[in-house]
Write a protein that binds this ligand. Structure first.
Ligand code: CP
Length: 312
């Protein structure tokens, strides 16, 4: 592949290859001397048109740990504010010969569109409600390391599925790896069309959590609810907030995940989120750096091979 725009085009063996390489980068990142130069001589530009803490910081660290020259575009201070379009901005940067472009954008499909216009590899860091492929890959790595496998697990994805690119990418990835997926939430946030992904839908959280191996919580994405139904936080927490009592329905060794940013007391109890015996939220962040290193390493190999073939 030239780009990483979504999980959709990836085959199961390609997902496994990314996770295997990411495992090697987890080991490297834990060593006091963290040195690799697989991206030396390459330029990585990060363009975030939407807020980010984890994804932006981990892509930057990942590029630096692999020896790339990394530039973070301050989109709030860019000429986008003067009316320049996304494509004109991308073409301007393309003329500076970057090798890797990491892009987050509020509109679904914007990153795909941009990838068609530039000569470098593009990594989707989240586009609207569409996909967030590196998030699904880091979640998969966290599950595989915690459970020892990434197939035939019962996995519950809970909360605001309708507005979540994280849920979409995870549904695609975990489905490709032959897991059984349950979607839990109120019907307004879990539209019936999600059954197309082969998932079972529950609006009763306790019933949905019965005997699951993995509980993945999601944030209420009010910024994407534009005028639609917004549940009251109190009522939502009562019915769909994960606490120790509801978690007791899951397997005793079930893990609790959250992609972040989390809203304590809305979708998850703060004490449970901090419980290192159940919560793997910090591991997810650690895996994020390794997965992004693996993804950029593999795309850079393809890019170099393509350029060598062209050079003849
Ligand atoms: N999980 C995630 O994408 O977090 P950020 O929005 O902070 O990057």
């Amino acid at each position: 592949h030239r780009h990483l725009l979504g999980i959709e085009p990836l085959k199961p063996h390609e997902i496994t290859a990314i996770l295997d390489l990411a495992d090697e980068y987890v080991a490297l990142n834990r060593r006091p001397e963290k040195h690799s130069d697989v991206l030396a001589g390459l330029t990585q530009i990060n363009m975030f048109f939407e807020n980010s803490t984890r994804t932006q910081a981990s892509f930057e660290l990942a590029g630096k740990r692999l020896g790339a020259d990394v530039m973070n575009m301050a989109m709030q201070a860019s000429s986008i504010k003067k009316g320049e379009t996304l494509i004109d901005t991308a073409m301007t940067l393309n003329a500076m010969h970057p090798d890797l472009l990491v892009v987050r954008h509020p509109h679904s499909g914007a990153v795909d569109l941009l990838a068609q216009k530039v000569n470098c590899a593009v990594l989707n860091a989240g586009d609207g409600k569409h996909e967030h492929p590196t998030q699904a890959l880091l979640d998969a790595l966290t599950i595989r390391r915690s459970k020892g496998r990434l197939h035939r697990l019962n996995i519950a994805i809970c909360g605001d599925i309708a507005h979540s690119r994280v849920a979409r990418s995870n549904l695609i990835l975990l489905g490709k790896m032959e897991n059984r997926i349950r979607l839990i939430g109120p019907p307004t946030l879990v539209p019936g069309q999600f059954a197309e992904f082969g998932a079972e839908i529950y609006d009763d959280m306790r019933e949905g959590l019965k005997d699951v191996d993995v509980v993945m919580m999601l944030r209420l994405q009010k910024e994407r609810m534009d005028g639609g139904f917004i549940p009251s936080e109190r009522e939502y927490y009562h019915r769909y907030g994960l606490d120790a009592d509801k978690l007791a329905q899951a397997k005793p060794d079930a893990i609790v995940m959250h992609p972040g940013p989390m809203n304590r007391g809305v979708e998850i109890d703060g004490t449970l989120a901090d419980d290192i015996n159940r919560s793997v939220i910090q591991e997810q962040v650690e895996m994020g750096v390794a997965v992004r290193m693996a993804a950029m390493d593999l795309l850079a190999r393809n890019l170099r091979a393509e350029r060598q073939a062209k050079a003849g």
